[in-house]
Design a binder for this molecule. Structure first.
Ligand SMILES: Cc1cc2nc3c(=O)[nH]c(=O)nc-3n(C[C@H](O)[C@H](O)[C@H](O)COP(=O)(O)OP(=O)(O)OC[C@H]3O[C@@H](n4cnc5c(N)ncnc54)[C@H](O)[C@@H]3O)c2cc1C
Length: 220
């Protein structure tokens, strides 16, 4: 495993014959619920309605459907992701299982001197390849000592302390569409670390494919 990857695991599926065929999809379900007070609850046209709700902050409509994705990333980025407290998570346990994900290399970028939480992609080829080399060295050395610790009978929960932040991990992240909209608008923004942005952009493509009506309310 050498890169941050995302794939779709599940999306809400409406059931029941009371929903007309045109609403038998996750967006149709949100629209059906949004029109709970309307005599035209079964109206099959919902694109404008969903746009209107998002633009006017009628967020509860978007809490009616969920999506789950699988994410493979580093421990450093996983830590940022799980701060999004409105989501539900399941993450690979390094206490229960031996690490099997290797590491994901990060491209070297220079420190932005005006914004401490930003970096700039202007490093020389030599510096980039030195950083690649350093990451490989650190991971290989750490992993060798990690394996040695396990072979000495040291518990996995202790041995994992030898592993660096770029060690890979796998998690499932489930949230409603409201949370996904705000997560994407925050984490696709340039103020987010590039490796996290790469993940958010993959999730954005999946979300828009599953919920095409909300494309306009998601940041470009
Ligand atoms: C650039 C950046 C730097 C950060 N730096 C630090 C740091 O130095 N230290 C630190 O501890 N944390 C930091 N964080 C983490 C940040 O403070 C939050 O903990 C993290 O982004 C999770 O956001 P959240 O609490 O809104 O959770 P979420 O789960 O994303 O959102 C919580 C709820 O709020 C709703 N919501 C969110 N936005 C809106 C909106 N615009 N309108 C309506 N509803 C909304 C969601 O739908 C959800 O229901 C940083 C985050 C970013 C993006």
């Amino acid at each position: 495993m050498r890169e941050n990857t995302v794939r779709l695991i599940s999306v809400t599926k409406p059931v029941g014959e009371h929903l007309p065929a045109e609403l038998q999809n996750p967006e149709g379900l949100m629209a059906y619920c949004a029109r709970v007070s309307s005599p035209k609850q079964e109206n099959p046209n919902y694109q404008k309605l969903l746009n209107y709700c998002a633009l006017h902050g009628h967020w509860s409509v978007f809490e009616m459907a969920d999506m789950t994705v699988e994410i493979i990333t580093t421990r450093a980025i996983a830590q940022q992701i799980i701060r999004h407290r409105s989501f539900c998570f399941q993450e690979f346990s390094q206490r229960y299982s031996e690490n099997k994900f290797g590491y994901i290399p990060t491209d070297a970028r220079s420190q932005d001197l005006k914004n401490r939480q930003n970096s700039i992609d202007n490093m020389s080829r030599q510096d980039k390849s030195w950083f690649d080399f350093a990451q490989t060295q650190v991971f290989n050395q750490s992993y060798r000592l990690y394996k040695e610790a396990l072979s000495r009978g040291i518990a996995k929960e202790c041995a994992r302390m030898l592993l660096p932040l770029n060690t890979g991990t796998k998690m499932y992240m489930k949230g409603n569409v409201r949370s996904w909209i705000h997560y994407i608008n925050t984490r696709c923004h340039e103020s987010t670390q590039k490796e996290h942005r790469d993940i958010a952009n993959q999730i954005k493509a999946i979300l828009v494919e599953q919920f095409p009506s909300i494309e306009k309310v998601i940041a470009e």
